[in-house]
Design a protein around this ligand. Structure first.
Ligand code: IFM
Length: 440
């Protein structure tokens, strides 16, 4: 039997655009994802988040499910366009009231609310003004963070600024696979910096809060020990992991990453004091881990999320894959956690997302095995001395999986999108047992 310390936090996560629906209700303004979904060919099957899992109306039922599972915490995101429909100016009280109702319902059920302030749904008006590549968006984000914090600070202790800025910056501005769908490598680097700056400014705008940021990190290994393959792994580790970790935790961009990117940007957009702001003290780091990466020297073709990685190719590690095509490797998670503890020892860690897409509807043995392997990997990391404080499964509910639409199901709870009926999958019952025993 593997058990975790008392106090280890067990939760599940979702995000606003992926589950809420109600995109035109209570004054919500349009977001970049509404616009992106409306453009033909951007999302599989023409799916949109307009209705999603209808959580905006069904949150009491969803919180009842969380209670049945015994969740200690629920990680959700606040939709910026519900709170500031145009991304700036006066708050929309009806939007704030929704999150207050949700938070109160969670607290009434002894579930800690863990809001994330930005999970990709930028108000469209801010995109029209230039979006994350513009510095002003970071200032607007801090203003928005302050509004939400003031509204909920009496009820919420743990705040996450951003979810996966890598995706916002690079999928949104380099490959164009995510909203706003741009393919401008230099703008992607400016977006990454302004997301980081927004994080630092927001952390400062929330006095007294326990603040963290969630990064999607991975364990990168080279296909061989040849010098060029090792260099490819260094590059991808730089562009996926260290480009965010180092500014936040060490107050500097890694020099090798700046060198790799010198032909794309001179980083002239970084102003004096920015790195000091970005490295504002934080209380925890959220780690989202799904899959490892195996890379070697090669010639990439087409727009890459790894801006500046022209000499890198991704290889097949020969492991089994989830239905979205991601290789399954729990060892990659324990290796990643041990590495984070080695390189950034002071910061407490939470797994803020980990989970798997599988087609099997309700009897989801594949998902159970995935989660079991990764929870064991967490236990291994803790035994190795890593300060890991909690684990959030992705996701509580089946939901809108971005450019894959509804075809990929990550939920512990099945959603019938015709009827909005919720049904616990086998993995949900299994996870409830893990929470009860605080272990396996
Ligand atoms: O669904 C996403 C989530 O929004 C961010 N992290 C990865 C998940 C699975 O792709």
């Amino acid at each position: 039997m593997t058990t975790f310390e008392p106090g280890f936090l067990w939760g599940a996560a979702t995000s606003s655009y992926q589950i809420e629906g109600a995109v035109a209700e209570d004054g919500r303004g349009p977001s970049i994802w509404d616009t992106f979904c409306a453009a033909p060919g951007k999302v599989d099957n023409g799916d949109t988040g307009a209705v999603a899992a209808d959580h905006y109306h069904r949150y009491p039922e969803d919180v009842a499910i969380m209670r049945e599972l015994g969740l200690g915490a629920y990680r959700f995101s606040v939709a910026w366009p519900r709170v500031q429909p145009l991304g700036t100016g006066k708050a929309e009280q009806r939007g704030l009231d929704f999150y207050r109702r949700l938070v109160d319902t969670l607290l009434d059920n002894d579930i800690q609310p863990w809001p994330t302030l930005y999970h990709w749904d930028l108000p469209q008006s801010l995109e029209d003004a230039g979006g994350w590549p513009e510095r002003d968006t970071a200032l607007r984000f801090a203003e928005y963070a302050q509004i939400v914090h003031e509204a909920l600070a009496d009820r919420v202790t743990h705040w996450t600024t951003l979810n996966e800025p890598w995706c916002s910056a690079f999928l949104g501005h380099a490959t164009g696979r995510h909203a706003p769908g741009r393919q401008e490598p230099e703008a992607a680097l400016r977006a990454a910096h302004h997301l980081l700056l927004g994080h630092g400014l927001a952390a400062r705008a929330m006095p007294g809060a326990q603040v963290g940021v969630t990064l999607n990190l991975t364990h990168v290994t080279p296909v061989s020990s040849a010098r060029q393959d090792r260099d490819a792994a260094r590059r991808i580790d730089g562009l996926q992991n260290r480009i965010f970790l180092d500014p936040v935790l060490l107050a500097a961009y890694p020099q090798d990453v700046l060198d790799d990117l010198a032909h794309i940007s001179d980083f002239g957009h970084v102003q004096d004091e920015d790195l000091k702001t970005i490295a504002a003290p934080i209380d925890f780091l959220g780690v989202n881990y799904y899959s490892p990466m195996l890379v070697g020297h090669g010639t990439a073709s087409g727009p890459s999320a790894y801006v500046g990685s022209e000499h890198v190719e991704h290889a097949d590690g020969g492991r089994s894959r989830t239905s979205i095509g991601w290789e399954i490797d729990p060892q990659g998670l324990s290796d990643l956690l041990v590495r984070l503890h080695r390189d950034y020892p002071a910061i407490p860690l939470y797994i803020t997302e980990n989970g798997a897409a599988f087609d099997d509807e309700k009897h989801d043995a594949g998902r159970i095995s995935y989660l079991e392997g990764h929870v064991l990997a967490c236990a291994e990391a803790v035994a190795a001395g890593v300060q890991l404080k909690g684990y959030f499964a992705w996701s509580l509910l089946d939901n809108f999986e971005w450019s894959f639409g509804y075809a990929q199901r990550f939920g512990l709870v099945h959603i019938d999108y015709e009827t909005q009926r919720r049904t616990l999958k086998d993995s949900a019952r299994w996870y409830a047992g893990v929470i009860r025993r605080s272990g396996l």
